[in-house]
Write a protein that binds this ligand. Structure first.
Ligand code: FUL
Length: 618
């Protein structure tokens, strides 16, 4: 008996590639000053997730519900001056919302309980700016969390730290108390909360209010009230992937020297390495060998099913296509990240039928595409050192076009370079290669018929633990459903009064015009145009300089007499989500000239950029 137990323990140890007493660092490791490069790599390979972080990453699919005052005012960032009466769902239906999301295969739903405008979707004791003073007297947080539980979906809360309504915002101790009181309500009255999402956005600008948060107290509150919850973004379990377009990195490391913002020494650690959430490299050998501390800090890819985070009727024809959603799945879940897909409820209080249909298509696609793993013994775990390979049989006669690789991340993330080959008509052919694997890596290739698969770990930090592999025959999803029609027009006959503006009127959003100062831009339409509004298309990449965040706009018939139609107006959330900004006026204007005055840009860099400038005429 004793002997067979010993034998079994030995087999388990051999299978899991660890020897007794193997050292691991849960969530965090400090690198000793004296550590050699090899020692640092050794430590990095042994940083592992907490059980909460691991369970979160295994869920893969999370949905966001952006719902609030903005749903009723057609905005992305409310000012905080809205009236609670404006929140007026006519047929709020938590059951419909949650079941639509569930059909998409999502395991957790995060609700924007309070967005930047400060309006609370629950009747908070601490403010009058909430549902309790709206025509809808109910409690949206309760309705959604109850529906989640009925459907076996986990529930998470988004509570915006930046608050444009709370009078105490900027008076740090007072606001911290308010913030923790609200957090306590959310974590006490709505059952289990699995993820707490603290948005890092703040549009206060250089002269705005400055709030110093008490993150330590916030973290303690979460650990005390919801010990199984993970905290995201301004939290220390999950980091922002760095864009709002659904794109993960080619090399996505869970182990990174990027210190969570909530740690007191975070800025010092980040500045020393010159890294932030948007940096391309957050985990290479080169980077980590300069690090003093390492964190298990996996990424989450947040993206909306529509251009905006909140519902706008004008975007009903811009819902992402199935093909686009599937591409996003591959570049998030398939790139060692987790997908957080936003589905914004309508003013009625439901998921729009188009979004709901797309969610169902997406859920069906993923369920069907990955239903049949064509690798024989795909769950046989393997231990592969650098240069080792593993051989697998493929089900006879199978067509394949997608490979899946998974590391056992409970023992760290280790693979740095890999290759996958298939035996096709007696020849080994490489069908995919890459750097990181992590929790999951998916690669697509043209459909083929093969008999064997070889996975080669070319470089690894210590021995890699390959947990599972797969080959699938994924259908090619149709492009249907998304409109490419632009809301604005632009014309190469338009001019700027100063210099060459052709790049902003060439109908090509890839070409970018750049000013040399903050001087206003005067556009000459060369004829009288009746306009309803204008469009500003920012350079599409996060991080391109000169994105305009605040502006003033005037129009004129003759270039002499100007009428101001927008003053100190804001492009809401344009830095993180640089999609086309369509600004509609309250009335029509017949004009020849338009003056666009940039008042503030991201990073205040003294210049501004425009990918495309258009007029809305219908
Ligand atoms: C951003 C916010 O400013 C957006 O409004 C949205 O909530 C998105 C998920 O995060 O930073």
């Amino acid at each position: 008996m004793k002997q067979s137990f010993l034998l079994m323990s030995l087999v388990v140890l051999m299978l899991s590639c660890i020897s007794p007493g193997e050292k691991y660092y849960e969530k965090h490791a400090v690198i000793p000053d004296t550590a050699s490069v090899d020692e640092i790599i050794d430590i990095a390979a042994r940083v592992v997730p907490t059980p909460n972080q691991l369970a979160w990453q295994q869920m893969e699919l999370t949905a966001f519900l952006h719902y609030g005052i903005n749903t009723y005012t057609d905005r992305e960032w409310g000012s905080g001056k809205e009236l609670p009466e404006e929140f007026n769902p006519t047929a709020f239906d938590a059951e419909q919302i949650v079941s639509s999301v569930k059909a998409g295969g999502f395991k957790l739903i995060i609700l924007t309980c309070k967005h930047h405008d400060g309006f609370c979707l629950w009747p908070s004791k601490y403010t009058e700016h909430s549902v309790k003073n709206s025509p809808y007297k109910g409690d949206v947080v309760k309705e959604i969390s109850d529906a989640c539980r009925r459907h076996g979906i986990k529930f998470g809360v988004y509570l915006s730290p930046w608050d444009r309504n709370a009078p105490s915002y900027g008076d740090s101790p007072r606001y911290n108390e308010y913030f923790i009181n609200q957090l306590t309500e959310l974590l006490t009255n709505y059952g289990e909360v699995s993820e707490v999402w603290f948005d890092g956005a703040c549009g206060e600008g250089p002269n705005g209010k400055v709030q110093v948060y008490d993150w330590q107290a916030v973290t303690e509150t979460i650990h005390r009230l919801q010990p199984d919850a993970v905290t995201a973004i301004c939290g220390d379990d999950i980091r922002w992937v760095g864009n709002e377009r659904g794109i993960g990195r080619e090399s996505e490391w869970n182990v990174t020297p990027l210190a969570p913002k909530v740690y007191a020494n975070s800025d010092a650690l980040r500045d020393e390495l010159g890294i932030k959430e948007t940096s391309k490299d957050l985990g290479s050998r080169e980077l980590i060998t300069k690090a003093k501390e390492l964190f298990w800090y996996a990424s989450e890819t947040d993206v909306s099913i529509r251009p905006g985070w909140f519902y706008h009727e004008s975007q009903d024809n811009r819902v992402r296509s199935l093909k686009n959603l599937v591409d996003i799945y591959f570049s998030s879940v398939g790139s060692n990240s987790s997908l957080l897909l936003n589905v914004p409820p309508t003013p009625e209080g439901k998921v729009h039928p188009i979004d709901s249909m797309r969610l169902k298509e997406f859920g069906d696609y993923i369920r069907n595409a990955f239903a049949k793993n064509l690798v024989v013994d795909s769950d046989d775990a393997k231990c592969l050192a650098s240069g080792d390979s593993a051989l697998y049989d493929i089900a006879e006669g199978a067509n394949v076009n997608c490979v899946m690789l998974q590391e056992d991340i409970s023992k760290g993330q280790r693979v740095e370079k890999f290759k996958v080959e298939l035996l096709i008509a007696g020849q080994w052919v490489c069908v995919g290669e890459g750097t990181t694997i992590g929790y999951k890596r998916l690669l697509r290739f043209p459909t083929t018929n093969a008999t064997k698969m070889r996975v080669i770990v070319e470089e690894s930090r210590l021995t890699a633990n390959i947990l599972r592999v797969g080959l699938f025959d994924c259908p090619v999803p149709g492009e249907e459903g998304v409109s490419k029609v632009k809301e604005y027009i632009s014309s190469t006959t338009w001019k700027t009064l100063d210099g060459d503006g052709s790049k902003m009127f060439d109908n090509d959003e890839a070409t970018i015009w750049q000013s040399d100062s903050m001087k206003p831009l005067i556009v000459d339409f060369n004829q009288l145009l009746t306009i309803k509004g204008f469009s500003y298309v920012p350079a599409g990449e996060v991080g391109v300089k000169g994105v305009v965040t605040k502006y003033r706009l005037s129009v004129s018939k003759d270039g002499q007499k100007w009428k101001r139609v927008r003053d100190v107006a804001e492009f809401e959330n344009v830095v993180n989500n640089p999609v086309t900004q369509n600004c509609r006026f309250d009335s029509l204007y017949e004009v020849r000239y338009l003056m666009f005055e940039p008042l503030e840009t991201a990073g205040n860099c003294g210049i501004y950029t425009i990918a495309e400038f258009g007029a809305i005429v219908k």
